[in-house]
Design a protein around this ligand. Structure first.
Ligand code: NDP
Length: 290
């Protein structure tokens, strides 16, 4: 069996096209969705992610502003800027690019962003809402994974989903989201032993570790759906996932490539969350105008 490729790049492109039309309609009604992106320091990976996000906004017609602080910025200055953006009417979504320098508490930053503008979905209020099955901003990577499974008509309900990695931004929210979609979920981490005993049971295997080649064909069951979140640079600078793509694709039923799989979906879900924030803001504004 050779797995069907889940082409995140194409799915994301189609979603951006649909969003462009939705943004056009919002603009014709006098509303422009807006995203503020806050970058601290000169980390090349962060700079490149931020550039991509701004480019995506331009493509679909979302207004974006980039606030770039030097590496030495104080926590107070950053929090003051976030409070200012919380009040700014033209900004519906705020994204602070992580990681942040040592002098700044990421948790303080996340908790200062208004939950209504938290388009990354990292605020404890949004995570709590997701935990209790209420409408919330869902972190972009897990949301993108669910979206790409829907796009290839995979039914999630009833599946055994095994997730490797328990970070706050990928593994844990992905576990909750799959649970909310009626999957049975197993969450693995660095102390899970032996890992392959669990991964071999997966109908859907999500790997989010950051360790190239962690999962080989011997670690999956025939016909599994494999979602590779990992992003690793190999010796010659090429991007690779956590999964041995060539051998696993011969045993899986569906597989995501790296690059071109989960990454573009993560980016497009940020746009979707920004539109959701803008729509909510506009509805509230119109309600108060009545
Ligand atoms: P973190 O480093 O925060 O978390 C990694 C997780 O993997 C931890 O829970 C850790 O366990 C677990 N882990 C480490 N080693 C092993 C092992 N040998 N076996 C099983 N579990 C292990 O990473 P992130 O969640 O932030 O990111 C994971 C990967 O996904 C990275 O490569 C990152 O670049 C990529 N990524 C890709 C995105 C995309 O859009 N494509 C978006 C976000 C991330 P423990 O908790 O016990 O330490």
């Amino acid at each position: 069996m050779t797995a069907q490729l889940i082409n995140g790049k194409e799915i994301a492109r189609a979603k951006r096209l649909a969003m462009k039309a939705a943004v056009g309609k919002m603009k014709s009604e006098g509303a422009v969705p807006g995203l503020a992106v806050v970058l601290v320091g000169e980390n090349p990976a962060s700079q490149s992610y931020v550039k991509g996000k701004i480019r995506d906004c331009k493509e679909v017609g979302i207004y974006s502003e980039l606030i770039h602080f030097p590496e030495s910025v104080s926590e107070k200055a950053l929090l003051d800027k976030i409070r200012e953006l919380n009040e700014k009417a033209s900004v519906h979504g705020i994204l602070v690019q992580l990681p942040l320098p040592k002098q700044i508490s990421e948790q303080k930053v996340i908790q200062t962003i208004s939950p209504a503008k938290d388009v990354d979905g990292f605020h404890p209020i949004n995570l709590g809402r997701m935990m209790t099955g209420q409408s919330s901003f869902v972190p972009c990577t897990p949301a993108g994974i669910i979206e790409m499974l829907h796009a290839v008509n995979v039914q999630i309900a009833g599946k055994h989903v095994v997730i490797v990695g328990r970070s706050n931004i990928v593994g844990k929210p992905a576990a909750l989201l799959f649970l909310n979609n009626n999957a049975t979920v197993t969450l693995c981490h660095s102390k899970t032993t032996p890992l392959s005993q669990y991964t071999k049971q997966a109908d859907v295997l999500v790997v989010a570790v950051g360790h190239a080649g962690l999962i080989g064909a011997e670690d999956i069951k025939p016909g599994a759906i494999v979602i590779d979140v990992g992003m690793n640079r190999n010796a010659d600078g090429k991007l690779a996932g956590d999964v041995e793509f060539e051998e696993v694709r011969e045993k899986a039923s569906f597989i995501t490539p790296v690059p071109g799989g989960v990454g573009p979906m993560t980016r497009v879900m940020l746009l979707e969350n920004t539109l959701k924030a803008a729509n909510h803001f506009i509805r509230e504004r119109d309600l108060h105008a009545e």
